[in-house]
Write a protein that binds this ligand. Structure first.
Ligand code: HEC
Ligand code: HEC
Length: 483
């Protein structure tokens, strides 16, 4: 117990030490300045390799007294242990490594329950802890433990887990924490949508069906409680007040890149980068739906889902142009590619099978359709192949699943949605995340397998044989980094 209190004191100290690093954007005269030590100023900003982001909170400041930042469980963790304001509201390997070195791997982030590669790992010395927490250190991945559901259409016939723990009662799934910001645009909660619940008769129904979902705020409340019971090993549920306070807090956050190393201010010359414009962005369930058109306005699907850099379309560059103008032109070209570069979508479970089309001509926005946010505006988990056997690296487990009816075999590093539904067709399906402030949170994809945005673009170029030129790749990266 004594030890626990000491650890909490250490982590409280880190929050205080870290606070001055969140530089206030000096151009924001309209935001209230404040000198309270228990809050971070509005529009506080954190650096990343492409520039810096900023978070706008509708509360006017980031309230460090919110239960989001409190240790409510038994292991010293708070939500901010894995959703840190200065790491795009998730965590990055760079900062996790620093924290490990500072605390010799004793910070509450480093807990056996889901921080370690195996909950049974030996963590008695620093060297052993470095090995036991390697997935957290290298990819900032958390071990999500989910078993094969009863009545599943498949069985687990082999669990090749390099850490010797996984079994059919609990597969080890190494996943990136998703950001707890920009939640206004959320249509499904968690990579596999497991916190998204059905509510017959609600307003949020898949077009033309009676499949209707609970309001996201409701699911976020349940999610917060599960996170507290699970990640923080709490012995009690959150009170209703705590739940509501956490959901209100996280739902009021907007984070986006605000300054780019090459293009400068992302709000310059009428561009709509940064969190303030994002806060004003329209959203409703099924907005700009790819299949049925906008659920509310009944406008057909518009592939030009990204428009925040429209005003920079006018910048034309030649070989001799340098500086911010040419960087802004690159971002605008990247936006155009994201909206319109043809992609032949093939072999994607959730698209090609459900629509019974072997090839669907589309673009990035076919899947990332929510305007200026980039997630999918309805829950639509897709298998783009991230968990495929062919992409397995030696640090990842590999699960061999057998279809009980057909005898077919699939090997995957993470069955994804199928562990919720038990359905064979759902193996490897994950949701497409909100893409704003993506520069703040490498590595990418649910398993952190893409170390940077270049690798993300390379993945798509190879997976769908897009045929991007080197300049197009660089433009797409410039655009993603400016989100
Ligand atoms: C030990 C690390 C850890 C802690 C502590 C933690 N989370 Fe998470 N969080 C994760 C991971 C990992 C995921 C993604 C897991 C998945 O999808 O399977 C996640 C996902 C989420 C999401 C889903 C976002 C989306 O886009 O779907 C929300 C919201 C969230 N967490 C909120 C919280 C809150 C609130 C708390 C505190 C009560 C909390 N988390 C504590 C690791 C953590
Ligand atoms: C067929 C649907 C589909 C298409 C087309 C598509 N994406 Fe994705 N995207 C997804 C899904 C699903 C994920 C999550 C996959 C996972 O982690 O398993 C994702 C993840 C991402 C991520 C990672 C975000 C993060 O937080 O880790 C980025 C960045 C991204 N996509 C950019 C793009 C770009 C750029 C294009 C066009 C070149 C594109 N996507 C085309 C479905 C798609």
């Amino acid at each position: 117990m004594k030890n626990n209190i000491k650890l909490q004191a250490i982590s409280a100290l880190f929050i205080m030490l870290a606070a001055p690093a969140f530089a206030k954007d000096s151009h924001d005269h309209d935001d209230e300045r404040d000198h309270h030590s228990n809050r971070l100023p509005n529009m506080f900003s954190a650096e990343n390799s492409h520039g810096k982001d900023a978070t706008y909170s509708t509360a006017g400041f980031i309230d460090l007294n919110n239960p989001f930042f409190k240790s409510i469980g038994t292991n010293g963790r708070s939500c901010a242990s894995c959703h840190a304001p200065d790491q795009g509201w998730t965590i990055t390997p760079q900062e996790v490594k620093k924290l490990f070195n500072k605390t010799k791997g004793l910070d509450p982030l480093f807990r056996l329950v889901d921080g370690a590669n195996s909950p049974l790992a030996d963590v008695t010395t620093v060297t052993k802890r470095r090995a036991a927490y390697s997935m957290l250190l290298e990819k900032a991945n958390i071990r999500v433990g989910i078993g094969i559901p009863s009545g599943a259409e498949f069985e687990l016939i082999e669990a090749d887990d390099p850490y010797g723990f996984a079994s059919e009662t609990e597969l080890s799934l190494f996943r990136r924490p998703m950001p707890t910001t920009n939640l206004k645009f959320l249509s499904a909660v968690m990579w596999d949508g497991r916190e998204t619940t059905l509510q017959p008769g609600s307003g949020d129904c898949i077009f033309g069906t009676s499949t209707c979902f609970s309001p996201v705020s409701f699911d976020l409340g349940t999610q917060a409680n599960h996170a507290t019971r699970g990640h923080a090993e709490a012995l009690r549920d959150l009170t209703e007040e705590e739940r509501d306070a956490i959901v209100a807090f996280e739902s009021g956050l907007f984070t986006a890149q605000i300054k780019d190393n090459d293009a400068g201010e992302l709000t310059a010359e009428d561009a709509l980068g940064g969190p303030k414009a994002l806060k004003k962005q329209k959203y409703h369930f099924g907005i700009n739906d790819t299949l049925a058109g906008d659920y509310k306005t009944r406008e057909p699907f518009d592939p030009n889902a990204m428009s925040l850099y429209d005003s920079w379309n006018r910048f034309k560059t030649t070989k001799s142009t340098h500086g911010t103008k040419s960087a802004r032109a690159a971002i605008a070209r990247g936006q155009a590619l994201f909206n319109s570069k043809p992609i032949l979508i093939k072999g994607v479970k959730g698209i090609n099978d459900d629509l019974a089309v072997s090839v669907l001509p589309g673009t990035c926005t076919t899947c990332h359709n929510t305007p200026n946010s980039g997630n999918h505006s309805t829950p639509m988990p897709l298998d783009i192949g991230i968990a495929d056997e062919s992409r397995r690296t030696p640090d990842m487990p590999l699960y061999t699943l057998k279809n009980k009816t057909t005898g077919e075999i699939v090997k995957t590093t993470d069955p994804g949605r199928a562990l919720l539904t038990g359905k064979w067709k759902d193996i490897g399906r994950f949701k497409g995340p909100i893409l704003r402030s993506v520069a703040s949170r490498p590595p990418y994809f649910h398993d952190g397998s893409a170390p940077d945005l270049q690798s993300v673009v390379e993945f798509y170029n190879t997976r769908f044989s897009i045929g991007l030129t080197e300049r197009e790749k660089a433009d797409l990266v410039a655009f993603l980094a400016a989100l």
